[in-house]
Design a protein around this ligand. Structure first.
Ligand code: ASP
Length: 440
């Protein structure tokens, strides 16, 4: 039998984060049970809160550069769809269909289960005090934003830089992120429409901005074990066991959504549109599932997905290469579902009632955020924060779910890569690659 490895810095990041979570949450629950006092407040304010903040700030920092570069590049990358003709249109249609279905499942579940309401009004008020939430005010402000035309016009920014600068400030009327996203989509469309030699420099620039934003997320993830311990301590020390049950209800909601999407939506689509047996499909892609779960990264799983698509699913290589590469960044079903549930859950925790119209805006944001989410561990966190701020929930609220995020990330990455393979099967389905242009 192998000896236990005590060197925790050699453990996998996922294990380190889990251990951080358990240590932070148990210490928090312990001090809660012993009675909270002025000393605890001082400890949280001066030690654990600032350490936790380092992680959050690193994530917040990259929201604007990441959203602009990822969406512009994602849309520009879809330019190739045109060359792929019918296959390209099918691919885009399937991406939107699956993302729409996953967000809808998530939103229905979170409205039925209402995990955020497991927290008592008293604890919810304490949270608002802690995070200085102006949540309800913002929602009311958003509600006042008159006509549909006024709202839609507001999404076309006259000054995108000014809109980007509003994110995280009191001036954000709930439209800043959406306006920045609209700007980025337009930039991507403009890139496709101009001659390549004139846009090459800008695309390369966005590519560098994107890579650097991912590196900063990577730095944040390295600090995650310690920061997650501090954030979990803060939340449990202040809210006690109630937050554990509330988070339990949240995890059940997300996991139920993942299961429905993975075991109902995908099989139905595979059977009806792809003419493939779902059981055979899942048997053939096992390796992809294990890799996605272990790495929490669609990008890292890509080589395995490509191999499985060609060797086991027997898809035409040119088609699967295209669909899977675009899909690794632009098709993130599990992430879209998770983002919808998380935003609505935290809104419930903060007592923010979102109208149907506002929930539809959240759904649209999540579908767009799916395109803007990088296929790396924690890639969706900056986007979730952006959507939270848009609906009037303080971005810091993400701290509440950070501790358990890694596990949910492992599971949603499985759904993300499975979704890419489902699309590849459907698109190849009846054509068997026949509609593809000749290989260059
Ligand atoms: N880890 C996910 C992926 O790589 C992205 C995310 O949801 O954070 O697909």
């Amino acid at each position: 039998m192998r000896a236990f490895n005590w060197r925790f810095w050699q453990w996998s990041l996922a294990t380190q984060i889990l251990v951080g979570l358990l240590i932070g949450a148990s210490c928090g629950l312990l001090v809660q049970a012993l009675g909270t006092g002025a000393r605890l407040d001082a400890f949280i304010t001066n030690v654990t809160a600032p350490v936790g903040q380092i992680f959050l700030r690193l994530i917040f920092m990259v929201i604007v550069p990441l959203v602009i570069s990822a969406i512009a590049l994602g849309v520009a990358g879809m330019g190739d769809l045109r060359q792929l003709g019918r296959v390209g249109v099918k691919c885009l249609g399937m991406t939107l269909l699956l993302a729409g279905a996953s967000v809808a499942i998530g939103l229905v579940l979170v409205n039925v289960i209402q995990p955020g309401h497991y927290l008592s009004a008293e604890k919810s008020a304490a949270l608002e005090k802690q995070y200085g939430s102006a949540a309800q005010e913002k929602v009311t402000q958003g509600g006042q934003s008159v006509s549909v035309t006024g709202f839609l016009l507001g999404l076309i920014p006259t000054n995108p830089i000014a809109e980007a600068a509003k994110i995280f400030t009191a001036q954000d009327d709930g439209k800043a992120l959406l306006a920045v996203m609209v700007f980025s989509v337009l930039v991507g469309l403009a890139i496709i429409s101009c001659p390549e030699e004139r846009t090459r420099a800008l695309t390369a620039f966005f590519d560098s901005v994107f890579t650097i934003s991912l590196k900063i997320i990577d730095f944040a993830m390295k600090l995650a074990p310690v920061c997650v311990a501090c954030l979990a301590f803060n939340v449990t020390a202040r809210l006690g066991f109630e937050i554990v049950t509330t988070l339990g209800a949240y995890v059940v909601t997300v996991m139920l959504g993942y299961l429905i999407h993975g075991l109902v939506t995908y099989p139905v689509v595979l059977r009806t549109l792809g003419g493939k047996s779902p059981i055979a499909f899942y048997r053939e892609i096992q390796e992809v599932i294990y890799t996605a779960f272990g790495t929490s990264s669609s990008n890292a799983t890509l080589p395995v997905s490509l191999e499985v698509a060609e060797q086991k699913l027997k898809l035409p290589p040119q088609l699967s290469r295209f669909v899977l590469t675009v899909g690794a960044t632009a098709n993130q079903n599990g992430t879209a579902l998770y983002e919808g549930v998380t935003v609505l859950f935290l809104a419930q925790v903060f007592g923010v009632d979102l109208s149907l119209g506002q929930q539809i805006v959240v759904a649209l944001l999540c579908i767009l955020a799916g395109i803007g989410t990088a296929g790396v561990p924690g890639g969706s966190l900056p986007l979730v924060v952006g959507v939270l701020v848009t609906v009037g929930v303080p971005g810091e609220a993400i701290a509440i779910i950070l501790g358990i995020d890694r596990f949910l990330d492992m599971c949603r990455t499985v759904l993300n890569v499975t979704g890419d393979l489902v699309i590849a099967v459907v698109v190849a389905g009846k054509d068997r690659g026949g509609a593809l242009p000749p290989q260059a």
